[in-house]
Design a protein around this ligand. Structure first.
Ligand SMILES: *[C@@H]1O[C@H](CO)[C@@H](O)[C@H](O)[C@H]1NC(C)=O
Length: 437
């Protein structure tokens, strides 16, 4: 299937062990059994619903952060707080190297939930429509499992509860905090309504696109809508800007080098008979390579300003600012891909481990992958009963809570086995202690 695989096979002795055993038992399957136990499952469902009812936006995850810390306290797990404003980083294991991290994002979206159910969002205009409530819960589930088996951990696991994934660049702040220093690998997942429950899908190499945002103000001269000759109409100018921007991908980009430019915001005017002074447009652009990304950025600016000028308007263009930074493409480490597939097959069965094509979506997990070998994957939650589930970011999005044990077990197995394999496959590190412990 993958020509890289035989090479990895030779270079990494640990890949030749079909089953990884720690302390003499197969933890991968064991962890899933534990996560599915009524007591653990009900506990996770309770946490998920509590977080779902009180969604909080990026860097405002005060209550969410408190739920996390309360649960870590109850589990007797030490942590560092605050990290990246509202984030929490827990530590389990020996306190010694090697260090391995697993990450969950915490923030919700500024949108109104439309699902009518007992635990519907109690905050108008805010909703966990991207499953981050489940992500946090699954990492807490993993924390519980790992804590109960901490004597088996051959190193230290960092549980990274990260704020502000939805454009706020929480991952950048986590990296900048230095808490991930000396971490050898990081894992993360995203729930997928499209994949069947208990299936995982990912790929080696480039998985998700690099992304950026732009916003432009196109200024004309307002006036009476019935006397257009006395105005400079920014609505028509902005409309032509939107059309011109479509040329960038269709006519300037290599068709084999996937890119996206989407204008998703168009605001201007407020009356039927008034030409407004200005129009604001905004959107996102995506590409897999840095080169294509930077070229798009440059051309978006040129096209907006040039096209506005053609129609006697002025335009200013702003790109991702501090609260909306650029994200690089998410690139999965090839070695971790092989490792992930093996662990996932052990837990879920070989038929539930899929490979996928890259997506133009983006994830700030990519920020970690720029500094640490990292692996990101999708975990399915489509149930038999709901054949057409709503997508993420839909007001009708729903989490199938049966996914929680799978995520908890995947997280726990990936990091526990990693520490074991790391000890086996590499000579001990320089013995450096983690600064944060
Ligand atoms: C565009 O900018 C120029 C230079 O500042 C100015 O003279 C002109 O009035 C502006 N046009 C509009 C439509 O705002």
């Amino acid at each position: 299937m993958n020509w890289v695989f035989p090479i990895l096979f030779l270079s990494l002795s640990f890949l030749q062990n079909p089953q990884i055993a720690i302390g003499g038992f197969d933890i991968s399957k064991q962890f899933l059994e534990i996560a599915k136990q009524d007591e653990v499952f009900d506990w996770m469902v309770g946490i998920r619903r509590k977080i779902h009812e009180y969604p909080e936006l990026g860097y405002e995850e005060i209550e969410t952060s408190k739920v996390i810390r309360d649960e870590l306290d109850k589990l007797g797990i030490g942590y560092k707080y605050p990290v990246a404003v509202t984030g929490v980083v827990g530590f389990i294991g020996s306190g010694q190297p090697p260090f391995v991290a697993v990450r969950a994002d915490m923030d919700a979206l500024a949108m109104q939930e439309m699902v009518e159910w007992e635990h519907k969002s109690k905050v108008p205009g805010k909703m966990h429509a991207c499953g981050h409530d489940a992500h946090v819960t699954m990492l807490l589930g993993a924390a519980k499992i790992l804590k109960d088996h901490s004597h088996l951990l051959k190193g230290t696991v960092l549980l990274v509860f990260q704020p502000a994934e939805e454009g706020g660049g929480g991952a950048i702040q986590v990296v900048d905090s230095g808490v991930l220093e000396n971490v050898k690998a990081i894992f993360g997942l995203h729930v997928s309504p499209a994949l069947p429950l208990g299936q995982v899908s990912s790929k080696s190499g480039t998985l998700l696109a690099g992304s950026g945002f732009f916003e432009a103000v196109i200024t004309g001269k307002g006036g009476h809508a019935a006397i257009p000759q006395q105005s400079i109409d920014p609505i028509l100018a902005a409309s032509n800007v939107v059309v011109s921007l479509q040329h960038l991908v269709s006519r300037e980009a290599d068709p084999l080098d996937s890119q996206v430019v989407t204008v998703a915001k168009f605001q201007g005017g407020g009356a039927f008979n008034v030409i407004p002074d200005s129009v604001t447009i905004g959107g996102t652009f995506r590409a897999f390579s840095k080169e294509s990304f930077m070229k798009l950025k440059q051309r978006i600016e040129e096209v907006i300003i040039g096209q506005a000028t053609v129609q006697r308007c002025n335009a200013t263009v702003e790109f991702s600012s501090k609260d909306k930074p650029f994200f690089p493409a998410a690139i999965n480490d090839n070695t971790l891909h092989a490792y992930f597939q093996k662990v996932a097959r052990d837990i879920l069965g070989p038929s539930n481990v899929k490979t996928m094509l890259p997506l133009m979506g983006s994830e700030d997990f990519s920020v970690y992958q720029e500094v640490i070998p990292g692996y990101f994957y999708f975990l399915g939650m489509k149930s038999e009963s709901n054949k057409k589930p709503a997508s993420v970011h839909s007001p009708f999005f729903e989490v199938n809570e049966d996914i929680l044990p799978f995520g908890a077990a995947m997280h726990a197995s990936l990091v526990a086995n990693y520490l074991m394999e790391f000890q086996d496959s590499e000579t001990q590190l320089n013995g450096k202690h983690h600064d944060e412990l």
